[in-house]
Structure formats: structure tokens, C-alpha cells
Write a protein of this length. Structure first.
Lengths: 333, 342
């Protein structure tokens, strides 16, 4: 026991030191991003837990600016792909082009070859393009012609979806949505925040510049530490209880939820919930996970992994409502 | 006697011859009678020789045969010679003194006026022994039946057909429906009873324990933990789990905070909102954060800290209970004062 305590203490100290960059990142990003702390925090969770983020929010909520600033802060390469109905997989991953001078084909890498990729309005491109991106996300490598290229770490995809204007879109299939670790729904800023945004945007010098404060290697080291954050079996059981409550609501005295859930959260939800909770604990500079960490990331991990029935949709019940019900019933360890 | 034989005159001789002839005939008849009784025979007779058209009459069929035979059957179709067989009674068979007697009553009718013959009915007897193929066919007597038609007075004028007459409903007419209705109601009630009983059976018996008030429930366990120095006897993780569970349950029951489903942070936020609990926030935070470290971070808490935490928990429970009691008494006094002033 003494040994275990010592391990956790040493881990805590390591994390305390290694997570110092989190504050720096917050400070730097705060220069250009007003408000949206929640979104920035979730970007960091995904970055540290090696996941990807699906962002849902109306246009103009600084989604692009956030990821661009994050890339700038980390001295990483950023690219943006605007998904349109005529986009082709080659436009995302790259293609082979003929070099007349050298009389051979050479690889032209696509915008996916970056550390931070913003896939803007992912649901506007056809399924084949979405699949190309999602495969790259999953495999962390891209094959063009005969050559396979690993993607550079850290690699984070931030895909955005517009909750309005659904006409002419290609909604992501459930199996592909499941590959995003987090689905973050962002809202409008507050009045005070919006005043700051106006002032910041109309000043003569334009937006302040963010400085690179973190090296990509720091992120990779932090990722290793995130994996070693201690998760007690009580927390594991808590995660399992939350996920299983979506599958067997009656077993958790939630029979009323059964007709509202078309399909429940997959084991990938449990894995991502555990990973995201560890990353969140890291951000909070703790070497161990507490129930707060699980609850904090639960909505973002679970909301796109629960399917609603027609009854639920007819009654305007959202996955957030279902998650809230579950969290209010499942006992905290 | 000898004198009787001595008179041989022709007149006397004639008289004597007639007498002896009679005696011989009588003896012969007497000898024949048992023989006739042993012979198989079939007889029919009817209870009426004339009927009105459509009326019924009975035909009695009697068959007698020795036990060396068995009755194979008799041939009388259901309809013959303007006569219909309405009913055949159960056959009655009787065995007496080596003889078998068969008796059956047939109800007959006729819908044609006239004089009709009931033909001789052939009765077939077969030898009782299976290997013996002997058959005997008996014939009954044939009979006549006169069927008279209804006399119609053609001199009288024609009358219209009578209309349908409504028959008054009697209790007996309704009775079957009433019984069916009652039966259905009873059936439905029986089904409901069975279903309910089954439901009751499915539910495990829940013996509801009378719940202790939250304060008593919490303070008993906490004092027990303190008195037994539970942190020395049990695993520190289990000890802190029990300690926080007792405290959470107390807060849930006494202050209606869903503490069991809340994280420590959320619980502290709720404690902050409650006026009676606010002053104990620091104590609760100390207990909960220490418990979280022990439960989730393999933290080895010292016995001193463990003892301190239970003491703090007792203090929180005692103080909040007293405050609640004081508040309740003040409210009661206020109500009493209001009532007096009115």
C-alpha cells in the first residue's frame, strides 16, 4: 500500500510538472478566443487522449479560430478542408501526379498531412470522402498509390457540423460518428463575452497573435502520462454502470428510458470515457481519476453514441436528457 | 279296473278308442311343448292396428334362441313400405335356463294413408361356436297397420293461415342466457384473480423495516465506527467508503439532497446552498476529499486522520440535527403564537 501511495504521489508530481503547459495553452488561446473555455478544454482532452472531436455549432462560433490558434500554440502544422458535395477523396488525402520533367509519377500529399486538421462541415461531402478522412483518423496513416504514409503525431481532427441547413447534406453514419472520441456542442457566447469579441475584432491591429508555447514533443510526453493516470476499479465500475444503463435501463430502475433508446453506447464508449476521464484528470493536474472527471466528459463522449427512437424524437427528448437521467440515478462510488 | 276292460261291446269300444286317442294326443302334445320351447323363434306384435296419419305406434320384437346360437341381427330398414322407423329402443337381452331372450321396442309411424303391411322380419342366428358355420334364419309374422287420414270437411269455406303468435317469455326461456352471463362473469373474475395472484407471487416478499430517523441511523453507525476504531480493523478504503456513505445517506434523508448520486464537488455545491449546512462545508470537504484520495488514489490515510474524519462527521451530523430541531421548534412556536393571537 505504501508503495502504491508513493507511486501515485510521484505520478502526481510528474503530472503537476508535465501539465504546466495546459495553463500556458489556456492563456495563449485566451488571447484570441473569448469565452468558449469549454470547447478549448475539450480540444485539449481530445489532444491528450489521442481522440478526435466532432464539433456541432452554428457558424461564427470561433471553431476554426480555436483550432488554428491551438495549432499555432503548439507549433504544429494546421490545415483546413472545406467539405463540399464535389470534394473527392484525393482532395483530402492526396494523389499521384505526373512530373513531366522527371517523367514519373510523384506523390502530392493532401491537406490531411497536418497535425491539426479542421474538416469544416464534414456532412456536406459524400460518404466516400467522409470514409477517406475517417479511415485516416482511425489508422493514422494514408495510402496513396503504392505508398503508405504515417501521419505525423500529434494528429487531431476537428470536424464541424452545422445543426441547421440539413438539406443536401450527407449525415455521418452511426459507425463513423462513433470514431470521434468527443462530440462537443457549442453555444453562443454571453453578452460580456460578445462585447469583448467585438472590441477584439474591430481594434486597428486586428486579432492578437498567439505565440508557440508548447512543443509537439511535450504533447506526446503528456499523452504517455495520461495513459498512466491511475483509475481505481470503483471508477471503472462507475463507467461500466453508466454505459450499461444505456443498454439495460431496467436494471438501473430506468425502465422509462427503454422505449427511448434505439441503440445503446458501444464498448468504444466505455474506452473513450475512461481515456477522456484520464485526460481530464491530467488537465486538472491529478494523477488519479475521480467521479467528477467521468461526469465532466460523459456528455461529450456519450451523446453521439446513443441512438434515439422515433418516440424520443417525437417527444423532443435528446441524448443529453437521457445521459442526465442516467447520471442522476447511477450511484457515485 | 279289470271290469272296465271286460266290456268289449262295439259302442263301448268306440268310446274307449276316442278316449285313448285323446290321451295319446295329449301325451304327444305335452312331449312336444318342451321341444318347442327349446326351438329358436321370433315374434312381433304391435300396440295398435290402426293409427291416424303421422301418429306413432310401437312394434315389439321378441326373439328367443338357445345358447348354442348367437344372434347375428335382424333386418328392418329405417323406411319400408310407407312406414318409417322413428326410434329404436335399447335392446334388452336376458338369459334364463339355457335360453336367450331379446326384446326391443321400435317406434314406427306412417305419413301415407292406407293399409300397410309390416313385412316378416328376417332374424339371423349363427352357431355360437366360431368354427361352426351354421346359420338359422327366422321369420316373424307379418302384420298390418291401417293408417287413416284426417277427415276434411270440404263443405266449409277456406280460412286464412293463422299469423305467428307471440309466445310469452318465461323464466325458463331466459334462464340459459342468465346462466351463461353469470358463468362468463365468474370466468373473467377467476382470470383476474389468477393473474393478480401470479403477480403477487412473482413479487418477492418485501418486509419493510421501519426506517430509523436519519439522525439516529447516521449517529449510531458513526459512533460505532469511532468506538470500534474501525480504521484499524478494516481496510482504509472500505472504512472511508462506509464513512462517506453514512454521511451522504444522512444528507440525502435529512436535507433531501440526492447525495448518493452526486460527486464530491456537486455535493459540496449543494451544501453551500443550504443555510443549515453551509457552516459545515469545510468539514464536509475535508472528509470527502480525504475519502476521494483514499478511494480513488490508493492514498494511505493515517489513523489520526481517519479518526479525525469520523469525529468531524459526528460533529456535522450532531450540529445539523440540533440546528434542524431548533428550526422545527421555532416554527412550531411561531404557529402556536399565531393560533393564540387569533
Amino acid at each position: 500500500m505504501e508503495q502504491a501511495t508513493a507511486d501515485i504521489r510521484s505520478l502526481n508530481e510528474q503530472i503537476h510538472q508535465a501539465s504546466a503547459f495546459v495553463d500556458l495553452l489556456h492563456l495563449e488561446m485566451g488571447k484570441v478566443i473569448v469565452g468558449q473555455k469549454y470547447m478549448v478544454e475539450r480540444l485539449m482532452v481530445a489532444l491528450l487522449a489521442q481522440g478526435h472531436v466532432l464539433l456541432e455549432g452554428v457558424p461564427g462560433l470561433a471553431k476554426t479560430l480555436a483550432i488554428k490558434s491551438l495549432a499555432a500554440c503548439i507549433r504544429a502544422h494546421f490545415s483546413r478542408i472545406q467539405f463540399t458535395p464535389d470534394l473527392l477523396p484525393a482532395d483530402v488525402i492526396g494523389t499521384m501526379i505526373y512530373n513531366q520533367q522527371q517523367n514519373n509519377f510523384m506523390v502530392r500529399k493532401g491537406p490531411i498531412f497536418a497535425n491539426f486538421v479542421l474538416a469544416d462541415e464534414i456532412n456536406r461531402a459524400p460518404a466516400k470522402v467522409q470514409s477517406a478522412l475517417l479511415e485516416a483518423m482511425q489508422e493514422k496513416q494514408v495510402t496513396i498509390g503504392d505508398h503508405t504514409f504515417p501521419l505525423e503525431e500529434p494528429f487531431l481532427v476537428l470536424a464541424t457540423q452545422n445543426p441547421i441547413e440539413q438539406e443536401g447534406t450527407y449525415p455521418l453514419p452511426e459507425a463513423q460518428v462513433d470514431r470521434f472520441m468527443l462530440k462537443v456542442v457549442i453555444g453562443y457566447p454571453t453578452k460580456e463575452e460578445e462585447i469583448k469579441i467585438i472590441r477584439q475584432n474591430i481594434q486597428p491591429d486586428g486579432l492578437p497573435k498567439v505565440n508557440p508555447v508548447v512543443h509537439p514533443q511535450d504533447i506526446l510526453t503528456a499523452r504517455q502520462l495520461v495513459r498512466s493516470v491511475y483509475m481505481d476499479e470503483k471508477i471503472e465500475k462507475y463507467i461500466i454502470d453508466i454505459v450499461f444503463a444505456t443498454r439495460e435501463p431496467a436494471a438501473y430502475k430506468l425502465s422509462k428510458l427503454a422505449p427511448l433508446i434505439a441503440y445503446a453506447a458501444s464498448p468504444r464508449a466505455s474506452i473513450n470515457l475512461a481515456l477522456a476521464a484520464k485526460a481530464y484528470a491530467f488537465i486538472k493536474r491529478r494523477g488519479y481519476v475521480i467521479p467528477e472527471d467521468v461526469r465532466s466528459v460523459c456528455y461529450d463522449v456519450m451523446r453521439h453514441r446513443i441512438g434515439l427512437t422515433y418516440e424520443a424524437e417525437a417527444e423532443n427528448i435528446t441524448t443529453e436528457n437521457i445521459i442526465s437521467e442516467i447520471l442522476n440515478v447511477v450511484e457515485v462510488p | 279296473m279289470f271290469g272296465f276292460y271286460k266290456d268289449f261291446s262295439p259302442g263301448v269300444f268306440k268310446q274307449r278308442k276316442a278316449f285313448w286317442s285323446f290321451c295319446l294326443a295329449f301325451v304327444g302334445m305335452m312331449g312336444y311343448m318342451p321341444g318347442y320351447a327349446q326351438q329358436p323363434h321370433a315374434e312381433v306384435h304391435i300396440d295398435s292396428t290402426q293409427i291416424l296419419i303421422g301418429s306413432q305406434f310401437h312394434l315389439y320384437l321378441d326373439i328367443t334362441w338357445p345358447s348354442s346360437y348367437r344372434l347375428q341381427g335382424y333386418a328392418l330398414p329405417d323406411s319400408f313400405n310407407h312406414i318409417e322407423v322413428v326410434d329404436r329402443s335399447q335392446a334388452d337381452t336376458l338369459s334364463t335356463g339355457g335360453l336367450w331372450h331379446f326384446h326391443q321396442v321400435l317406434t314406427l309411424t306412417s305419413f301415407d294413408s292406407g293399409r300397410w303391411q309390416i313385412p316378416a322380419i328376417p332374424v339371423v342366428l349363427a352357431a355360437a361356436q366360431p368354427q361352426d358355420t351354421t346359420h338359422v334364419v327366422l321369420q316373424t309374422d307379418s302384420l298390418w297397420i291401417a293408417v287413416q287420414t284426417v277427415p276434411v270437411d270440404t263443405t266449409l269455406p277456406f280460412k286464412p293461415i293463422k299469423s305467428i303468435r307471440q309466445v310469452k317469455l318465461t323464466w325458463l326461456d331466459i334462464l340459459p342466457y342468465v346462466l351463461i352471463g353469470i358463468g362468463l362473469v365468474l370466468l373473467v373474475l377467476a382470470i383476474i384473480y389468477v393473474v393478480r395472484r401470479r403477480k403477487h407471487k412473482l413479487k418477492p416478499m418485501q418486509i419493510e423495516q421501519p426506517q430509523q430517523p436519519p439522525y439516529e441511523e447516521a449517529i449510531i453507525v458513526l459512533k460505532q465506527l469511532q468506538a470500534e476504531q474501525a480504521w484499524l480493523k478494516m481496510d482504509m478504503k472500505a472504512y472511508f467508503t462506509q464513512l462517506t456513505d453514512v454521511l451522504r445517506r444522512y444528507l440525502e434523508r435529512a436535507f433531501q439532497i440526492p447525495a448518493m448520486e452526486m460527486t464530491s464537488g456537486e455535493l459540496l455545491e449543494h451544501i453551500e446552498k443550504q443555510s443549515l449546512l453551509r457552516m459545515h462545508r469545510a468539514a464536509c470537504e475535508e472528509i470527502l476529499s480525504e475519502a476521494d484520495r483514499v478511494k480513488f488514489a490508493k492514498w494511505s490515510s493515517s489513523p489520526l486522520v481517519a479518526a479525525h474524519c469520523v469525529a468531524l462527521a459526528i460533529e456535522v451530523v450532531e450540529a445539523t440535527h440540533q440546528a434542524q430541531e431548533a428550526e422545527r421548534q421555532a416554527a412550531e412556536q411561531a404557529v402556536a403564537l399565531k393560533t393564540v393571537s387569533k
